[in-house]
Design a protein around this ligand. Structure first.
Ligand SMILES: NC(=O)c1ccc[n+]([C@@H]2O[C@H](COP(=O)([O-])OP(=O)(O)OC[C@H]3O[C@@H](n4cnc5c(N)ncnc54)[C@H](OP(=O)(O)O)[C@@H]3O)[C@@H](O)[C@H]2O)c1
Length: 321
């Protein structure tokens, strides 16, 4: 089959579009004929060696998540059959014509949802939901600040928080992204290139601050986000696209500051993958949106990575074999 593999870590030049052995399903595996694969910021870390994979994982086929049709199942798999449309989030293997996932990492795709839309959903909807709801206990009427609203995670998080009745303030790096985030349901948007988000959040909340911050930028954005936490507020850090996050995390009396990682969360809560079903149904029913920024053929994967690195994208970048 054709796949994109990396044999060493580095820049986009390490992405090799080439022939690779067809994957063979183990007893608990579902083999999927891939129709679309979602890109994530973590792919950039996988590629350059700063992510969770190490030299011993090489060569590897990248791609956290993908959607397509079941081609075969392992002997222990009773919940999926060949021919069924599915989406999966195993953390690797998606940049290919065929890919494997454990059956518990796989969910059926409802009729009416196309493969590109489904492939763009698992990582960001599961992260946003489990981080804000399962981990941080998001409640109706909470005031939430979602940093990097135009990211894949941000777009999902805004819609989930609104769906649950929260009031959402979000930040982005351009007026155009802010306009689109309003259209998605954000109550207030802040273009941080023109406005100081701490001052703005304080103004918008009458000086009280927010009950929850979903923080995924790191560096100065992390530090300043601590200043807008209301009494009893929770900040959850999930990423450091723009700078480091202090280790150990700071403590502030009467506030909670924690880290969240979706891989560890799902490893300990295999049922957690099922949370995707409700969001796929909401998207199919047009009550939520998946914002696909651009779709690239697998052979043009380097362009797709450049698009993500350039930060002009809104929502998700997708590959098709
Ligand atoms: N812990 C977890 O389980 C988990 C899971 C998924 C994702 N994440 C993290 O969540 C974040 C979002 O992931 P994603 O895949 O949705 O990302 P993405 O679509 O690539 O979006 C990242 C956005 O962050 C904003 N940003 C602000 N400052 C930045 C900087 N210095 N460098 C790069 N981007 C910057 C950019 O938007 P503007 O230009 O508009 O600011 C950019 O579009 C990442 O940090 C990722 O690592 C964590």
């Amino acid at each position: 089959m054709k796949a994109v593999r990396i044999h060493k870590f580095g820049g986009e030049e390490v992405l090799e579009y080439e022939d690779a052995p067809d994957p063979q399903p183990g007893r608990d595996d579902v083999l999927v004929k891939v129709e679309a694969a979602g890109l994530n910021r973590a792919d950039l870390g996988t590629r350059d060696g700063t992510g969770r994979y190490t030299e011993k994982d090489l060569p590897m086929i990248m791609g956290f998540e993908f959607a397509g049709t079941v081609a075969a199942v392992g002997s222990n798999v009773t919940d999926f059959q060949p021919g069924q449309r599915v989406v999966a989030d195993p953390g690797r293997g998606g940049y290919a014509e065929y890919a494997l996932a454990k059956h518990y990492q796989t969910r059926p795709v409802p009729d009416g949802l196309d493969a590109a839309t489904a492939a763009a959903m698992p990582a960001v909807f599961l992260t946003a939901y489990h981080c804000m709801v399962s981990h941080a206990g998001l409640k109706a009427d909470d005031r939430v600040l979602i940093q990097a609203g135009g990211s894949g995670v941000g777009v999902a998080a805004i819609q989930i928080a609104k769906h649950l009745g929260a009031r959402v303030i979000t930040t982005a790096g351009s007026d155009e992204k802010c306009r689109r985030l309003h259209d998605l349901g954000a109550d207030e948007t802040i273009n941080y290139t023109r406005q100081d988000f701490v001052q703005e959040v304080n103004r918008l909340t009458g000086g009280r601050g927010v009950d929850l911050v979903l923080e995924m930028v790191g560096g100065a954005v992390f530090d300043k986000s601590l200043e807008v936490l209301a009494p009893g507020g929770r900040l959850v850090t999930i990423g450091r696209a723009g700078g480091p996050v202090p280790e150990p995390l700071p403590t502030i009396e009467g506030r909670s500051i924690t880290r969240f990682g979706i891989t560890a969360h799902l490893t300990q809560n295999l049922e957690g993958y099922k949370a995707l079903d409700q969001f796929m149904a909401l998207v199919r029913d047009k009550r939520m949106q998946v914002c696909i920024d651009r779709t690239y053929p697998l052979a043009k994967v380097a362009e797709a990575h450049r698009r993500l690195e350039g930060r002009e994208h809104f929502g998700k970048v997708v590959l098709t074999p």
